[in-house]
Write a protein that binds this ligand. Structure first.
Ligand SMILES: Nc1ncnc2c1ncn2[C@@H]1O[C@H](COP(=O)(O)OP(=O)(O)OP(=O)(O)O)[C@@H](O)[C@H]1O
Ligand SMILES: Nc1ncnc2c1ncn2[C@@H]1O[C@H](COP(=O)(O)OP(=O)(O)OP(=O)(O)O)[C@@H](O)[C@H]1O
Ligand SMILES: [Mg+2]
Ligand SMILES: [Mg+2]
Lengths: 256, 256
């Protein structure tokens, strides 16, 4: 089985897509064969990896319908050893459409199991919701990585997210574990950031990564060039932080 | 009928809740009787208006089920003339649960029609999705206000949002109009912001408010005190901008 990480948080705008795209790029740079699955109808991860909207042939939507397998949907990106299973706007209607299918929570899991032949790591970018798409990601995954913006509203949703993860662990996917919580858009000058970060570390302890992703404008510029920030400007603080995150992730697994 | 505005954008973290809470407060400060409907399972608008999670009795969920009317769910807030219809975590399952009901897109509309007796304005805070909850808000509303963060990924989703609005206008709610687009978290020092803002104004022209909401840390501190920023720190740039937004909104309607 490829190691599969769902990148999830129902709070919007906390850095899920940015983490999926850049952590995947860092893992590929270290020599692992990586695929990003864009499970968000917005399709931001697909854009961030340079896949133009018009060029998205077979997508994750066809995988959920059982009409295509992982290999058919995975396309190369400008980054060697990094592939993408692109999003589709049709995902917006998937909740209602797939809700009556048998084993509706396992539609992605079967396809991801088939990815092991060609990939070491699969990262799934989730939409900002705890809907059927995110549940499919949690069922298909071995681990959940939770990007957490250091803001008060973002803190509020963490308990609901942890309850959902526990529910999936108890029922649909007993092997699911928490990879960790990564603090994003961290601004040292902002007292609120410091106090939210202290709260989170106090509550979750070692489940919070040491690596913190700083707020860095180069990170938000990169997607407009269809590039991960690691390629757009590898010297900037954001790119450096994502490389450290990849190293810490592998270290925590005992592979660093 | 009370004037009903849906505050919607499927992109996460663009300032929907912050705009709903603070625009509502500014309208109440000018003397209008206002209600905020929190249609997001995260319940951030409820928290931002000081409604503790344990104190949320009858919620918008009971309204959607037809078990309660608007008046039964609306509770007072610390702000005179501003009421809240609180969220419920049960909204997370509402998509699947309500999808089989007849007239599933009109569940909120009937209740909002009953709000006119007590309110001049109703503002609906939407979740980061184009799901059945957001569709219910677009059907219940007269106008849609679109908060737009000046970031590349946020720009990407606007076309999809406009298509959804047009589809609702053609079918479910012909009276729905675009109130306007408001630029949020604007940082003058950030070139990306300037170029995204120029793009948006070039494309949408006068549908973009003159008032721009600046990035201002006091805005993100206010929710941790359960207060709108207009009350937390009425002199700060964020609070001033939301007051100007309310004035511009009324001026555009010919009521200013
Ligand atoms: N470290 C950072 N520094 C500066 N900007 C950032 C950083 N991380 C993300 N951003 C920007 O913040 C915005 C939100 O990030 P992103 O889109 O990755 O979040 P998300 O959780 O995937 O959002 P959604 O909930 O809509 O899927 C984007 O415009 C992104 O470019
Ligand atoms: N003008 C501003 N200046 C600084 N911070 C802001 C501003 N507006 C909003 N924020 C902060 O940015 C974050 C995102 O804003 P908010 O939660 O209102 O967005 P949203 O669109 O409602 O998010 P979601 O998609 O999760 O519902 C919040 O932590 C909020 O406090
Ligand atoms: Mg995203
Ligand atoms: Mg919100």
């Amino acid at each position: 089985r490829a190691r599969t990480i769902a990148i999830a948080n129902q709070k919007g705008g906390v850095g899920k897509t940015t983490t999926a795209v850049n952590l995947a790029t860092a893992l590929a740079a270290i020599g692992r064969r990586v695929a990003v699955v864009d499970l968000d109808p917005q399709g931001n991860a697909s854009t961030g990896l340079g896949a133009a909207r018009s060029a998205r042939g077979v997508t994750v939507y066809e995988i959920l319908l059982g009409e295509a397998d992982f290999a058919a949907a995975a396309v190369a990106t400008a980054i060697p050893a990094l592939s993408l299973v692109p999003s589709s706007p049709d995902l917006a209607g998937a909740e209602l459409e797939l809700s009556t299918r048998p084993r509706r929570e396992f539609l992605l899991e079967a396809a991801v199991a088939g990815a092991a032949a060609s990939f070491d790591d699969v990262l799934i970018d989730c939409p900002p919701s705890l809907n059927l798409l995110t549940i499919n990601a949690l069922v298909a995954a071995d681990r959940v990585l939770v990007p957490l913006q250091c803001e008060f509203y973002a803190l509020e949703g963490v308990a609901q997210l942890m309850r959902t993860i526990e529910r999936v662990q108890r029922g649909l996917n007993p092997r699911l574990g928490l990879e960790g919580i990564v603090l994003t858009m961290y601004d040292r000058r902002n007292n609120l950031c410091e106090s939210v970060a202290a709260d989170v570390r106090g509550h979750f302890g070692s489940r919070v990564y040491d690596t913190v992703i700083p707020r860095n404008v180069r990170v938000s510029e990169a997607p407009s060039h269809g590039l991960p920030v690691l390629i757009y400007d590898h010297r900037c603080p954001g790119a450096q932080a994502y490389m450290q995150l990849a190293a810490e992730l592998l270290r925590r697994r005992g592979e660093g």
